[in-house]
Design a protein around this ligand. Sequence first.
Ligand SMILES: [Zn+2]
Length: 287
Amino acid sequence: MAMQKDILNRYLFDNLHARGEMVNLSQTFQDIVEAHDYPMGVKKLLGELVAATCLLTATLKFEGEIAVQLQGDGPIGYLAVNGNNLQEMRGIARMASETDATTLKDLIGKGNMVITIRPTNGEPYQGVVALEKDTLAECLAHYFEVSEQIPTKIWLYTDAAASQIAGTLIQLLPDSESKEQQLADFDHLCQLTNTIKTEEIFSLDTEELLYRLYHQEDVRLFDPQPVCYKCSCSEEKCISTISQIEPSELESIIAEQGSVSMTCDYCMTTYKFERPQLAQFIDGTTH
Ligand SMILES: [Zn+2]
């Protein structure tokens, strides 16, 4: 049986008071990078960030979205992925200069990771950590250490040449067990998860892989959730941005270019607006 791609699996370790997630992506990743001509190292890091964002959004206990941004002084000044609780993902890398670098440090340089969580109903909140570790997975571990009280670990796998990315997460559930026992359980699960081989995560289906890794534990696997690429740009959002521009400036753009056009950085879709569509912003609404 062919292995299922573009799905997120969640499971519980009933006897260890922990939860796990595993994501395996192919088409979603291809769709995100398709409209762009990224060098391989950039593609790989963006892929890792997509997998990580899938895992993070799956930890949300409410409807909402997460944006994970890496910003620094390296050849990629900015790398961002947005995902929501429906597992709709989009991502972008902005190149400050051409690069054939492959490591996080060489690509982003000195910088930060900013994680913004926006509940559909509620106030957004943000966490920031310096990118001081060698890999994205280690930076995420650092983020959890400083910003969350719950022990959490993420592993990321890429085969960017074959357009495949994957990731897995282990997180303790807060409960009544002693702290010491909880940490011992967490370490135990991390050690087992460390043994995943890249070729296994890309070739075995989830049930088989979970059995290989954790067959001595009670693992309860839930129904998988599909993951897809979806850009959240729209004509309405463009109009809303345009409404912030000074009328005189809009008038001069139209005089020069005949229309106002905006291109989405993520999906490269161009939205074009003629003067009649923008009349309310140029002439004012009262006339
Ligand atoms: Zn878009």
